[in-house]
Design a protein around this ligand. Structure first.
Ligand code: FAD
Ligand code: DHB
Length: 394
């Protein structure tokens, strides 16, 4: 069967869902296809931090009701390093420094809110599709082929949104010679848990220790999201619940009391920086993780996905309004400078806070000096605040 729409979107993650919503608001039709089930997408534990502008945007587009009720607005973070009377805790207030804050609201909650709103308003999301592929990218009628409920299907559209994440099919469908890839792998990963216990502080604590980095964040006043730096090839089976708690206690250095709870989810995420240039080919436009990956330290992944599709939706809307292709042609060059700034910040936070295998005592002293500088200098902490709470977006 052939379906016809204006924009065919592959992937029902933050990028694809936000793209469909923004297009709908501009009166443009789309169909989303997704290879996982709705239940799987809505239970997948990933990012949790929303920049100020992204919060405002979700509220503006009518998706803020639960976010405002259940999201946890944060005025800043705490850096923890060294030892002093405060357990090495150094608060940095973003609201004071740059007049912006951040919101903790789990990615799967964002996904649930989008799914509910889109499906209720008639935007088709086809879950559990198989064997998706893209065709005729250089023509005015590109196609997406796939199987749904065992039947071969095709979407004929004007544009394709390649929102299918890092392991999707869209980026590999572009001829290798047309892309330049920029890549860095880190020699560590993050072991993340979700625990039914209150977080140790009402703000996020980023802790630098001799044993490695740890992050103490949350999903609600009674659910903690806790991360430990581990080796890049670490096996989760080596980490019993007792070992995880022991390490989380040690890396908090007594700065706060850490309550233990039932661990309801755990997993290891590798750390990588990656950018594709350009982010488009013919009528295929990549957005979010399909085009770039950041290490999670700067909490930028979901926010970048939203930022990309904001630009893309505007460019597509301009095309339907007047036939103008200029914004579409300039999509990559419009979004990439901000993508690279987020890459730089994510890399900077990562190298500042983690222990590297080949570092020596000089590197540790340098990291401590830099942390001390960031915590103590208005200029340096403003730089952190400005990037963390989200660089300007027009
Ligand atoms: P995705 O969310 O990956 O969405 C892509 C969608 O496409 C998925 O639903 C996928 O199932 C679907 N798809 C893939 N292939 C196909 C196909 N062939 N056909 C149809 N559909 C397809 N960021 C942070 O800031 N902090 C974190 O703590 C954090 N933790 C993370 C943990 C993990 C395990 C991962 C993988 C990512 C994490 N991120 C984190 C990054 C953040 O979640 C992503 O940046 C964000 O999900 C990007 O959204 P996206 O829509 O571009 O991609
Ligand atoms: C979360 C994850 C991050 O990587 C981060 O820097 C801040 C918060 C989170 O999952 O809450």
């Amino acid at each position: 069967m052939t379906l016809r729409t204006q924009v065919g979107i592959i992937g029902a993650g933050p990028a694809g869902l936000m793209l469909a919503k923004l297009l709908q608001m501009a009166g443009i039709e789309s169909i989303i296809i997704e290879n996982r089930s709705r239940e799987y997408c809505e239970a997948r534990v990933r990012a949790g931090l929303i920049e100020q502008w992204a919060r405002d945007c979700l509220i503006d587009i009518g998706l803020g009701e639960r976010l405002k009720r259940e999201g946890m607005y944060h005025e800043g973070i705490k850096l923890r390093f060294g030892d002093d009377a405060r357990g090495g805790l150094h608060p940095i207030s973003f609201t004071k420094l740059v007049g912006k804050g951040t919101t903790i609201y789990g990615q799967q909650e964002v996904v649930k809110d989008f799914n509910t709103a889109l499906i209720a308003s008639g935007v088709p999301i086809l879950f559990e599709v198989e064997d998706a592929s893209v065709h005729d990218l250089d023509s005015k009628k590109p196609k997406i082929k796939f199987r749904h409920d065992g039947q071969p299907q095709e979407i004929e559209c004007d544009f394709i949104g390649g929102c299918d994440g890092f392991h999707g099919i869209c980026r590999p469908s572009i001829p290798e010679s047309a892309l330049q890839l920029f890549d860095r792998e880190y020699p560590f990963g993050w072991l993340g848990i979700l625990s039914e216990s209150p977080p140790p502080d009402h703000e996020l604590i980023y802790s630098y220790t001799e044993r490695g980095f740890a992050l103490y964040t949350m999903r609600s006043p009674t659910v903690s999201r806790l991360y430990l730096q581990v080796d890049h090839d670490e096996d989760i089976d080596n980490w019993s619940d007792d070992r995880i708690w022991d390490e989380l206690h040690r890396r908090l250095h007594g700065a706060r009391k850490l309550e233990e709870g039932k661990i309801v989810q755990k997993g290891i995420t590798p750390m990588r920086s990656f950018v594709t240039e350009p982010m488009q080919h013919g009528r295929l436009f990549l957005a979010g993780d399909s085009a770039h990956i950041v290490p999670p330290t700067g909490a930028k992944g979901m926010n970048l996905a939203f930022a990309d599709v904001r630009v893309l939706a505007r460019a597509i809307a301009a095309f339907y309004k007047s036939g103008a292709t200029e914004l579409l042609e300039r999509y990559s060059e419009t979004v990439l400078p901000r993508v690279w700034k987020a890459q730089r910040f994510s890399w900077w936070m990562t190298q500042l806070l983690h222990r590297f295998p080949h570092e020596n005592a000089f590197d540790q002293r340098r990291q401590l000096a830099e942390l001390d500088y960031v915590a103590g200098s208005v200029a340096a902490s403003t730089t952190l605040a400005e990037n963390y709470a989200g660089l300007p977006i027009d």
